[in-house]
Design a protein around this ligand. Structure first.
Ligand SMILES: NC(=O)c1ccc[n+]([C@@H]2O[C@H](COP(=O)([O-])OP(=O)(O)OC[C@H]3O[C@@H](n4cnc5c(N)ncnc54)[C@H](OP(=O)(O)O)[C@@H]3O)[C@@H](O)[C@H]2O)c1
Length: 226
């Protein structure tokens, strides 16, 4: 029943995660650069989720991003990739330590009519170089369609996770498993985080070129019969 803090929790992914994480977290802090904006987004969620509004009112806490690194046990960065590294840099002195940090950011470039993955270090690798060593880091949620997550009770899909330690995967996986029908899959160390971030560009292209709405990935397990 840990406290989860969403940096940039006022956006599509932040709202989608917040309504699910609220079901099993002590509290979910919805962070923003502006506390007033966080308050109005929480009001918006309560007005849209009328069946759950009494419960969400207790669980969702609007706040400034700056408060989250000292208070949350798990911090999820749901800011656009262009601002993710600077956001973490601006908060780096505030982390309590012994926390889990999950980066949902995906490094993209638009080239003509296509999306490509960004070049150079992934967003997660750049964040790793800034975070205190005592904060464990994982990359996750890049392929989860935020709007579906917000609107539905569940999203069927796999969440590819990269991180350097098995216990970081375990902590991240137990959070993901609490969201109905999402399955965490360990994809490798932070060295492969760029490949996971790059899957967002592939999904965007697949959606556009094949007229698919909110595509995601599911890995099939096909054992051979003897
Ligand atoms: N959308 C999806 O389906 C999806 C799925 C998986 C992963 N992701 C990843 O999740 C992240 C968030 O996606 P999103 O669609 O939720 O983004 P978004 O709605 O565009 O933005 C999220 C929040 O980031 C904050 N923000 C915007 N510009 C900022 C800046 N320059 N500096 C600091 N904060 C800023 C804003 O909050 P305040 O104005 O309140 O501060 C905004 O509400 C992205 O990195 C994306 O790659 C998205």
């Amino acid at each position: 029943m840990a406290t989860v803090g969403l940096l940039g929790g006022t956006g599509n992914l932040g709202k989608g995660l917040a309504v699910h994480l609220a079901k099993f977290s002590e509290q979910v802090m919805i962070g923003s650069r502006s506390e007033d904006k966080a308050k109005s987004v929480v009001e918006e969620i309560l007005s849209e989720k009328t069946n759950e509004s009494d419960f969400l009112k207790v669980k969702l806490h609007p706040t400034s991003n700056a408060v989250i690194p000292a208070k949350a046990d798990t911090i999820i960065a749901t800011v656009p990739f262009e601002s993710a590294v600077d956001t973490v840099r601006s908060l780096k002195e505030r982390f309590r330590g012994d926390q889990l940090f999950i980066s949902a950011a995906a490094f993209l470039e638009k080239k003509g009519s296509e999306f490509h993955s960004g070049t150079g270090d992934s967003i997660s690798q750049q964040i790793r170089s800034i975070l205190p060593d005592s904060v464990r880091l994982a990359t996750a949620f890049q392929t989860v369609p935020a709007v579906v997550l917000y609107r539905s009770d569940s999203v069927e899909g796999d969440v590819l996770v990269s991180c350097d330690e098995k216990n970081t995967f375990d902590a991240c996986a137990s959070l993901i498993r609490n969201i109905r029908n999402l399955r965490p899959l360990y994809a490798g160390s932070l060295a492969v985080s760029g490949q996971i971030e790059g899957l967002t560009s592939i999904l965007l292209n697949i959606g556009i070129k094949n007229h698919l709405k909110n595509p995601t990935f599911k890995v099939l397990d096909r054992p051979l019969e003897n």
